[in-house]
Design a protein around this ligand. Structure first.
Ligand code: F6P
Length: 408
């Protein structure tokens, strides 16, 4: 008897369930007897909120629906295990539950913080000579995990950003000189600007693109920003600016914290959000222009109707690879993607041996890929993103509405 448990953790993406589908399918193929799911990640495991995935996923139709379902099918958590020295009881409880269900392998699909959980459990198991092995599968719209070329979830969110920004530009232009408008679009991504950079892909021969892109990798000088808008508005009546939720001023203060202090989660991450409104208010006060803050918030990570086919296929593949590693008994490793070539776009799936070099670290956009002078991004960054958003997924609809897999 060989059993596996899978969990999802951290912020959802529109393809995190494709990784679950890939891991589940491969695990069954390889010969795991039972594949369990933990509800609400490690937090659910601790309260034995465990389901038998065979009851929910054992049909081709359900797996196809699952791949098109946004949010985390198994629900999620932001739970910090802490160190075994101070939380030994919690660690022991986890292993007691794993033993009770005769679980040999543990797969966690998540971002930086979730890899911290994989790292801690794997280290503990080795130290205490426990039989279980622990594997990480990457996901995050922030695309900020080190070592892997990119993260599943990013491509679809980037596609949503590129398409939505283009639609916003079209709309913003409609009134022309009769009603000049400055729209500031706030994009997720925490302290990395990968997702906001995708706004650059709105531009082509038929679309002028966004007027400025502000990433958290560089501080925003508020006076220069106002100056820029003033100059732009003299030339054109429609201004659209993309800004990362995590941008800071030259004084090192989060723009979103101008009016109130952001709350923190278990990992000490501030809940960012509100910088578009702050910047719009500044423009309104100083220049008296019509402004519109647009906060994409949850939409950008839940828009499964705009999934990138490339992203869905890759998410499934990293899931598959994760199950393979788990079955071999590997531990403390994360599946990674290496870009073998960009044109034609080719990816190789492998694993990174030391999760310590991944957990809790953030990969930022290289400064040399940012066009500081024009507040835009440079071609290598556009070339890096473009293949990741390619391809469309045919939706399964009823009455014109895409269908999702729900747990009954
Ligand atoms: O890490 C993914 C992410 O979507 C970030 O871009 C965002 O800042 C954060 O999660 C929001 O987290 P939550 O949904 O827990 O508030």
């Amino acid at each position: 008897m060989k059993n596996l448990i899978i969990g999802q953790s951290g912020g959802p993406t529109s393809v995190i369930n494709a990784s679950l589908a890939g891991a589940y399918k491969e695990a069954k193929k390889l010969g795991y007897d039972k594949v369990y799911g933990m509800i609400n990640g490690i937090e659910g495991l601790l309260s034995e909120n465990i389901i038998d995935l065979d009851k929910y996923l054992d049909s081709k139709e359900n797996l196809e629906l699952l791949k098109r379902t946004p949010s985390s099918y198994l629900l999620t958590c932001r739970f910090k295990l802490g160190s075994p020295a101070t939380n030994q009881e919690t660690y022991e409880k986890i292993f007691t539950i794993l033993d009770k269900y005769k679980i040999d392998s543990f797969i966690y699909i998540g971002g930086n913080d979730s890899m911290d959980t994989v790292e801690s459990l794997s280290d503990y198991a080795i130290f205490k000579k426990k039989k279980q092995n622990f594997i990480g599968i990457p996901k995050t719209i922030d695309n900020d995990l080190p070592i892997t070329d990119h993260c599943p979830g990013y491509g679809s969110a980037a596609k949503y950003i590129a398409i939505t920004l283009r639609e916003i530009i079209r709309d913003n232009t409609a009134y022309g000189v009769t009603n000049p408008t400055v729209s500031i679009v706030e994009i997720m991504g925490r302290h990395a600007g990968w997702l906001t950079a995708a706004a650059a892909l709105a531009k082509d021969d038929t679309c002028e693109g966004v007027d400025a892109i502000f990433l958290p990798e560089l501080p925003i000088d508020i006076d220069k920003f106002v100056d820029k808008v003033q100059k732009l508005v003299k030339k054109k009546p429609s201004i659209v600016i993309a800004v990362s939720e995590g941008v800071k001023t030259t004084e090192g203060k989060f723009v979103c914290e101008f009016n109130s202090t952001a709350k923190e989660d278990a990992f000490g991450h501030k809940q960012l959000g509100g910088c578009a409104e702050t910047l719009c208010n500044i423009i309104k006060e100083r220049l008296g222009l019509k402004v519109r803050p647009i906060i994409l918030s949850t939409l950008q990570r839940a828009a499964s109707h705009l999934q990138s086919l490339t992203d869905v296929e890759e998410a499934e593949m990293v899931g598959k690879k994760g199950a393979e590693l788990a079955f071999k008994g590997e531990s403390g490793k994360m599946v990674i993607m290496e870009r073998v070539s960009n044109s034609p776009y080719k990816i190789k799936y492998s694993s990174f041996d030391d999760i310590h070099e991944i957990a809790n670290l953030e990969k930022k956009v290289p400064i040399e890929w940012i066009d500081q002078e024009n507040d835009q991004v440079k071609k290598p960054l556009i070339d890096y993103i473009r293949p990741l958003i390619l391809g469309e997924v045919e939706q399964i609809t009823v009455n014109g509405i895409p269908q999702h897999l729900i747990r009954k």
